[in-house]
Design a binder for this molecule. Structure first.
Ligand SMILES: Cc1ncc(COP(=O)(O)OP(=O)(O)O)c(N)n1
Ligand SMILES: Cc1nc(C(=O)O)sc1CCOP(=O)(O)O
Ligand SMILES: [Mg+2]
Length: 308
């Protein structure tokens, strides 16, 4: 165990100051540390990588994923180097073939979806089309199926004959029925959606992720794009995990650079440039547009800042 501890300490020391560490909240210092399954560890590097990741504030599922990646990287490099960080698809056992060679891949979308407005209703979708935003999502939350269908129908009509691409959040069946460009699903939504039906209907699929474990899981489905969040704190919804921060976003963007990528969560005009520099082709925002004094001007300004 002391060898593993020593390797883990070397990793933490080498990466302490590079923005990958997120301090563990004080309340969780009183709770027992998450258990790493010792028997499942194929070697010391896997366990050391996972232990280091826990100390750096990664959640348990991400730490386990990182441990396996440390093990593969060490094996492939022919030696342990604490200053490296796993950032290649083969370190994470991502799908080895390209989208074109994968019969289960979802339909392609542009690699760079640009500014992506996530909007609460069809009227906001119309405003975004008027502002010539490249990508928009209808994120209308309701239990009422007829209201949902009406909102989706109006949104699909709004983008017709425009250059704006429309994704529908959650309601994949209604999105298929209305002929939308694509759907966006979270990890829980995926479990209950019929992904084969979405693929067969030719709709694009965007998937949410919140760290290494969800990224590697999402890769198995070869979605049209992968969203990564929450980059910064957001009060728009309750997030189950701490914000990722720029350091982790930059690593995720490097690892998944063969996908169209979307960054989301707490991004505003002050941060959008730094987020775009991670290499993601798209930045999704809600409040930076809906709470702006002039939403149309905000769309233009945010795009300028992304490209600056
Ligand atoms: C672009 C984009 N990224 C993430 C989300 C969040 O989706 P999900 O986790 O399913 O949460 P809800 O939006 O359904 O509350 C998103 N909608 N869009
Ligand atoms: C809807 C949503 N999903 C997120 C995720 O991380 O999955 S963050 C988020 C809210 C984004 O709103 P704002 O730009 O106002 O912070
Ligand atoms: Mg959802």
């Amino acid at each position: 165990m002391s060898l593993i501890r020593d390797l883990a300490d070397q990793i933490v020391a080498a990466h302490r100051n590079n923005d990958l560490c997120i301090p563990i909240p004080v309340f969780s210092l009183n709770t027992p540390p998450p258990q790493i399954d010792n028997e499942a560890a194929v070697d010391h590097y896997e366990l050391a990588g996972a232990l280091a990741a826990i100390e750096m504030g990664f959640i348990e599922s991400d730490a386990k994923t990182l441990g396996k990646a440390w093990s593969r990287m060490t094996l492939q490099d022919g030696g342990f180097n604490p200053f490296k960080w796993p950032n290649r698809p083969e370190h994470f056992d991502l799908l080895p073939w390209t989208r074109n060679m994968n019969p289960n891949a979802f339909k392609e979308c542009p690699k760079r979806l640009g500014l992506y407005g996530v909007m609460p209703d069809a009227d906001w979708v119309k405003r975004m089309v008027d502002a010539e935003i490249p990508t928009v999502q209808l994120r209308f939350k309701s239990e009422d199926k007829s209201k949902i269908r009406k909102q989706i129908k109006e949104s699909v009509a709004a983008v017709k004959d425009s250059k704006t691409l429309l994704f529908i959040n959650d309601y994949w069946q209604e999105a298929i029925d209305a002929g939308a460009y694509g759907v966006h699903l979270g990890q829980e939504d995926m479990e209950v959606a019929d992904l084969d039906e979405i693929r067969a209907a030719g709709l694009r699929l965007g998937l949410s992720t919140h760290g290494y474990a969800e990224l590697t899981y999402a890769d198995r489905f070869c979605p049209s794009y992968i969203a990564m969040g929450a980059v910064f704190p957001t009060n728009l919804k309750k997030m189950p995990t701490a914000p990722q921060g720029l350091g982790r976003l930059y690593q995720y963007a490097k690892l998944m650079s063969h996908y169209p990528l979307v960054a989301i969560g707490g991004i505003d005009q002050d941060s959008i440039h730094a987020v775009a520099k991670s290499g993601v082709g798209s930045v999704a925002v809600v409040r930076a547009i809906t709470q702006a004094k002039d939403p149309k001007a905000a769309v233009k300004h945010l795009q300028e800042l992304m490209q600056a």
